[in-house]
Ligand binder design. Sequence first.
Ligand SMILES: O=C(O)C(=O)CO
Length: 327
Amino acid sequence: MSGEDEKFRILVTHPQVPQEAIELLQRDCEVTVVQSLPPNRSEILEKAKGVHAFLWGGHEKLNAEALDAAGPQLKAISTMSAGIDYVDVPELKRRNIPLGHTPTVLNDAVADIAVGLLLAAARRFHEGRQKIETNNWETYTLNWMLGQDLRDSVVGFYGFGGIAQTIAKRLSGFDIDSILYTTRRRVAEEIEKEYNAKKVDFDTMLAQSDFVIIAAPLTKETAGVFNATAFGKMKKTAVLVNIGRGGVVNQPDLYEALKTNQIFSAGLDVMTPEPLPPNDPLLTLPNVVLVPHLGSATRRTRTDMGTIAAHNVLRGLAGEPMFSPAY
Ligand SMILES: O=C(O)C(=O)CO
């Protein structure tokens, strides 16, 4: 489109999408930004009417209702996230609407959080703080608050894509022994060599790993696979880290496994539901470290995610392949 009256119209569905992204879109398009925080569904639906693209800034449901609210001229959408579990992908495909998302750019930030959670859970940071707060710092015993070593450990990954490989790169600095990973498809041989990684079945990965890191998206296949049976196959000394999606874990089963010391500890960036209610039983356990889905929450990453989402949208509008297509 060209000329003042014929500009593409884009709805940005979150008021905190970085200014850099808005400015990119504004160069050639007319941009409307949702103002409510948290974004109000009715405001999104009302402002969607007649737009040609969405920059979908939050994790609000992106479904037929939103697509209908825009109308048949809607040509392109990008999320500002790697995970797209809140998107009705079959519905978008049915309508031939290309979808972009923002993987890769957040690999470093999410990997940093994963390593932080792994160390915090292995070395009992949360419990340690509780000991100080309750005046239970036992200086007299040598065997107090012993944790798990990363050195010479076997690290298991459930999912071995970009984020997992970025975690593996960081862990190589901790002198781990090797990596076992469970995925549908084997990764390239060079990658396996680089990280001393071997593809194994789920049960072997669970049984042989000292640390198990969930770095898989939530899909029909991954939902709830970390359940009582899976925890029963893990080492009693194992540490579980989840930076994928809360739904991959059966949370009541995880609670039981931690409470009964069936596994050693867990570090979670993602959980069910989000936000986790303050009275959730997980919060009563000393051996779980929780952070409120902060994986991609760094300034630089957020800006990069916004910019990539904007490029996705602009390319989609131009009928070109998106910078990072979701399908
Ligand atoms: O972008 C995503 O999907 C995330 O969950 C980042 O933590």
